[in-house]
Design a protein around this ligand. Structure first.
Ligand code: NAP
Ligand code: MG
Length: 527
């Protein structure tokens, strides 16, 4: 059986030097690799050179219906939710082991699909395998634990406890900035807790999710537990979020689409978790170590070309140190190496697509028109290798105020705005004056002072003298319009469970039931 499964696809991505052989992917529904019902396909494009790297089915509502029916059947009648946690753990662990074995191939594939530098995608591929292994371990804890309810149990009267159960069929929609890791962040906790899933990757970066379907198939997941479908977000999203057989929607992407999903899910009162946008305030206090804070702010803002929801995209500098900080930062930004994402020397790759480049360049124009001053960058990066790709110069604006669109909206490119502050109170006020609340950071050599600032910031994650550090062990998510719910930690697992309360009556006679008098007339002499 395992062999037959392994042989169902024989073509694996082959690398000839840095080139890949164009691969044709299928969707994965009910344990079968299938084309879209309508037969449509799109190419996935490498944003470094505009070349097609893979052919991808362009699914629609008919495919959603098939995938949801498969996930429903697998949940209602299949073995997956009924297995012990240990059994689920073993299968998830096998998948994680394959991810580890194929780490290098997957990193390259992800670079080709998304434009992420090989250093970034290498780290992602390492973390993705570790995270799936972690979720595999967590599977052992679920479905079996009965938690007694303190203060409610009464010996001889009642036995009361709660139990966590899987939610059911989970629809999962993910973005293009961390295509591989986002798939694992979604699949890992859902599977660990016994759910079945229908996952849809972003149309710009579908490859790794479809590659993962092969892994789950290869290790022998029961049909219908994992379904991976590709196609346009509007069409597939609408069908998933309104489908009566979907119990939960988990989404990572823009706040705009998050709002739409929540509204559509309301029709059937689905559970939702949303990881949406951010506009992270990066506050440098006047006592910060300059070398660390300057390099750290570049890391906070320009990592993966700024296409990270929890980036520090509003840099807040004390008026006194402002000019010196900016001058040193500009020098470093101008020295950054742009180029082929597969070259380990490359620090900045292309943004994810020509369309994203256009959108980022438009925001640069908006910033200029709003009166912000260009300290460096400001346009498309060209010359040599860069000409065919979607490259944007690392761009720094000074003279930004918190009312400008470039300070209020997500840009999702290598564009950072500096806001000057006169007092720490001003900085905190500006930081919190945003519809977003995903992340923030404080740089200071006085940890207590930094912690005090952190305590006043309305954000889900705050770094002190660091940025981008996330762990599968600690909850991640947004305050305000940055999201609903959490991923990672116990909280993240709980988002995929329903809580069942059990009240077991232990009384041996009916006359000490609290309702006895209401139902049974006592003999007069008793009264
Ligand atoms: P997006 O347009 O919101 O797309 C995200 C996903 O939603 C894609 O799979 C997309 O499919 C799908 N989608 C599009 N329209 C939909 C609809 N009407 N209903 C349901 N699904 C729909 O965002 P993006 O441009 O891909 O990604 C960038 C955004 O994601 C940024 O705003 C960033 O802040 C956010 N983000 C947040 C986190 C976080 O953890 N909080 C992490 C990463 C990114 P198509 O690709 O087919 O359009
Ligand atoms: Mg692509």
């Amino acid at each position: 059986m395992a062999l037959a499964r392994g042989l169902r696809y024989t073509k694996r991505i082959r690398f000839i030097g840095a080139e890949s052989v164009m691969e044709t992917y299928k969707m994965y529904i009910d344990g079968e690799f299938v084309d879209a019902e309508n037969g449509d396909r799109n190419d996935s494009i490498n944003p470094f050179n505009g070349e097609a790297i893979a052919s991808i089915p362009r699914g629609g509502a008919a495919d959603v219906n098939k995938a949801v029916a498969a996930a429903r059947k697998a949940f209602d009648h299949g073995p997956w939710p009924r297995m012990t946690g240990e059994e689920r753990s073993e299968l998830i662990g096998k998948a994680a082991a394959l991810l580890k074995e194929r780490m290098k191939d997957y990193a390259k594939l992800e670079s080709l699909d998304s434009g992420g530098t090989i250093n970034k995608t290498g780290a992602d591929a390492f973390l993705a395998s570790r995270q799936l292994a972690f979720f595999g371990e967590q599977a052992k804890r679920f479905n079996e634990e009965a938690e007694p309810i303190d203060g409610m149990m009464r010996e001889g009267r009642s036995f009361n406890y709660t139990i966590r159960e899987p939610m059911g069929v989970c629809a999962q929609i993910i973005p293009w900035n961390f295509p591989y890791m986002m798939a694992i962040w979604k699949l890992g906790p859902a599977l660990a807790t016994g759910n079945t899933v229908v996952l849809k990757p972003a149309s710009d970066t579908p490859v790794m999710a479809l590659e993962l379907a092969r892994v789950f198939d290869e290790v022998g997941f029961p049909p219908g537990v994992v379904n991976i479908i590709s196609g346009p977000g509007g069409v597939i999203g609408e069908a998933l979020t309104t489908h009566p057989d979907v119990d939960k929607v988990a989404f990572t992407g823009s706040t705009e689409v998050g709002r739409e999903i929540m509204a559509k899910a309301a029709g059937t009162l689905k559970k939702v978790t949303l990881e949406c946008g951010g506009k992270g305030a990066n506050i440098v206090l006047d006592d910060a170590d300059l070398d660390i804070a300057i390099d750290g702010s570049i890391w906070a803002s320009y990592y993966h070309q700024g296409q990270v929801c929890e980036s520090g995209t509003r840099l807040m500098l004390d008026a006194n140190g402002h000019d010196d900080f900016v001058e040193q930062m500009v020098e470093k930004l101008n020295a950054m190496t742009m180029g082929d994402p597969l070259d380990p020397a490359t620090q900045l790759g292309p943004v994810v697509s020509q369309a994203q480049m256009k959108s980022v360049l438009e925001y640069i124009e908006i910033g200029k028109n709003e009166g912000a001053l260009l300290a460096c960058g400001g346009g498309q990066a060209t010359g040599g290798d860069l000409d065919k790709g979607a490259f944007v110069q690392p761009t720094l604006f000074t003279g930004v105020n918190n009312q400008m669109r470039i300070a209020r909206e997500e840009i999702f490119g290598p564009v950072l705005g500096v806001l000057k502050y006169d007092s720490v109170d001003d900085a905190i006020e500006m930081a919190n004056d945003s519809i977003f609340g995903l992340s923030a950071g404080v740089w200071s050599s006085d940890i207590d002072k930094a912690k005090n600032v952190a305590s006043r910031l309305r954000s889900g994650t705050i770094w002190i003298n660091e940025w981008h550090m996330l762990s599968e062990r600690s909850p991640f998510g947004g305050y305000k319009q940055s999201g609903v719910g959490r991923e990672f930690g116990d909280e993240g697992l709980h988002e995929y469970t329903e809580m069942k309360t059990l009240y077991v009556d232990d009384a041996k006679t009916r006359d000490n039931k609290p309702w006895y008098d209401m139902v049974v007339a006592r003999p007069k002499s008793d009264a």
